[in-house]
Design a binder for this molecule. Structure first.
Ligand code: AMP
Ligand code: TRP
Length: 346
């Protein structure tokens, strides 16, 4: 059986980008076809300045939203990273396999460390070592596939390099994983700045649809999306990024709705280039995008409200998920400790 692992940081409220770029596929496809592990990777949220109360709140909210989106704890393991010690245990070994040079080459490190330096904050050492922890997340489960958005591919490539290097030096221990990406909307762009990704950590929310935004706000944000000069609706990501983003969002929402209705997804009207041909104005396109996004978010928000009213039940799900995760990760990490020459503790 294939094993899948993916994680999401509790650093902000989840956006439509997180949903269409990642969560939708975890729910619709991944959890049903594999041994699937999904983690709220809270330790990764500590690599930049953070407020303890906010991390706590966002960790709970993120887990609750993942359940509301349809992750089924009977089918997959949903857990909080810091509840399973094996991640940090393995991370150290991988820091001993990674080189300073390859960690410094990571695009995310370069961007985030430059930002931290500009704002006069120190650059936390954990920001540099972050990919070793992410590699540990993945390798501890002998993961085959890592469904992530494009921005995470480089980290998964590094994970592969570390797995291969470890196996060569110390004997076959890890499965070499690969990144998998959704066919459309691998990168949902900001509605106000379609050249930048819709990210949950942005300050200004006008171009960002949050999963818990009230539905009138969602509609308004879509209707006010920046479009390109020109009037005809064509799908051209380079020359018409605003319209292409709307078409991507429409296609991805339709695929999600079709999959939710049991139609298997992918079919009926979910190719962005083909969709372009059925519009002759930006206004009509935006109205349909708004309807599709609201159609996806309404049931999700209803389930969220029910789950959030019973936090004890969500905690029980997370505890059980951590138990399942630990049972798989522990022997793998023990094997890695033994392989590098550490004496067994048990
Ligand atoms: P993050 O928000 O960076 O913790 O990302 C969580 C997951 O959502 C990762 O798999 C990201 O690649 C994905 N993701 C985040 N933002 C977007 C976006 N705007 N478009 C597509 N995928 C995204
Ligand atoms: N680094 C990922 C992000 O910023 C989150 C993450 C942490 C992750 N560990 C992971 C994703 C393991 C996939 C697999 O989005």
């Amino acid at each position: 059986m294939t094993t899948i692992f993916s994680g999401i940081k509790p650093t902000g409220d989840l956006t439509l980008g997180n949903y269409l770029g990642a969560i939708s596929r975890w729910v619709r496809v991944d959890q049903h076809r594999a041994d699937a592990f999904f983690s709220v990777v809270d330790l990764h949220a500590l690599t930049v300045e953070h407020e303890p109360a906010r991390i706590r709140r966002l960790s709970r909210r993120t887990a609750t939203l993942l359940l509301a989106a349809g992750l089924d704890p009977q089918v997959c393991a949903l857990f909080v990273q810091s509840h399973v010690d094996e991640h940090t245990r393995l991370s150290y070994l991988l820091e001993c396999v990674a080189t300073d040079g390859e960690l410094r080459r990571m695009i995310q490190y370069r961007e985030k460390s430059a930002r931290a330096r500009e704002s006069g904050e120190g650059v936390r050492f954990s920001l540099l070592s972050y990919p070793a922890l992410m590699a540990a997340d993945i390798l501890a489960y002998r993961t085959d596939e890592v469904p992530v958005g494009e921005d995470q591919r480089q980290h998964v490539e590094l994970t592969r390099d570390l797995a291969v290097r470890f196996n060569q030096r110390y004997g076959e221990t890890f499965t070499v994983p690969r990144a998998t990406a959704p066919p459309v909307a691998a990168r949902v762009m900001d509605l106000q700045d379609p050249t930048g990704k819709m990210g949950k950590s942005h300050a200004d929310g006008a171009g960002i649809v949050y999963l818990l935004d009230d539905l009138d706000t969602v509609r308004r944000k879509v209707m006010r999306a920046v479009t390109d000069s020109g009037r005809d609706v064509v799908y051209d990501r380079a020359a018409r990024p605003g319209v292409a983003n709307l078409l991507d969002i429409l296609a991805a929402c339709r695929a999600d709705l079709a999959a939710g209705a049991g139609a298997g997804g992918g079919g009926g009207g979910s190719d962005p280039a083909a969709l372009a041909a059925s519009y002759d104005s930006y206004g009509a396109l935006k109205r349909d995008v708004a309807d599709a996004v609201v159609g996806v978010l309404r049931p999700l928000q209803e389930r969220y409200a029910r789950l959030a009213a019973d936090p004890g039940a969500v905690e029980a799900v997370l505890r059980a998920g951590a138990g399942r995760a630990r049972a798989v990760a522990r022997p793998v990490v023990d094997a890695a400790y033994a392989a590098v020459g550490l004496l067994p503790a048990r």
